[in-house]
Design a protein around this ligand. Sequence first.
Ligand SMILES: [Zn+2]
Length: 268
Amino acid sequence: MEIIFICILVFCIVSLYSVLHAPAERWLMRRHYKSFIKVEAYYRNIICQHLAYFHRLNKEEQHRMLFRTFLIHRGKKFHYVGVEKKDEMPVLISAVAAQLTLGLESFSLDYFRDIYVLKHDYHYGYYSLPFMGHVDSTGIYLSWDNFLQGIHRAADNSNVGLHEMAHALAYVNFITKTEQDKHFSAEFRNFSEVARPVFMEMQKGRKTLLGDYAATNYHEFWAVSVEMFFENPFRFKYELPELYAAMVNLLRQDPYELIVNRKAAAVA
Ligand SMILES: [Zn+2]
């Protein structure tokens, strides 16, 4: 008798959860949105000053990116290691994550609660070369001076923020599987049909605009492709058109078109 009662109770709890979960999520999101509206100008002001990509978006896309930046920011714990905390740090780091995932439904990189900000290159594990950033099970690590160089386009086609967020996106979709974006995880197979052969050829010595580091392993190939996709879409589309098209389909964004459209709008 007791077992039947427990079974009925569990069934009721599960049913109640499934019925109330979606409305509760929507209610929570509306509350977050109300909070966001009050600080939207603050986020816009910081992001406008630093991210060229943001200026290429239309108003609706900008609004979505700002809201997502706000949500990512409030969902993470930022740690500052040997670097003085500045207000723009968590905003810009969150904005770069929002940039990468703007075309996807899932964007919070939920597995990663902690983001560590360091000042310069640093040593990690037994590797002899210094790191600009990395991702592991304990969090996302970024060196602030390299991060700034990347978003200010001071480093040629290199953007460590996008690079590490690309690793984090793959991590939550394929390793922890804690936040699988339906489109991204399904489309990645199609991306790999194009990308794997390029990667294999690079491992055999083929030179491409992605550079030798992309041939290290497939994880790095993916992260470097993301950097090049956003930082140099013209050259990427021209030299590796099939891979570029696969990236557009995968991320549901087209940085080349954004620049071309903006130029066309400026002329009109
Ligand atoms: Zn990497």
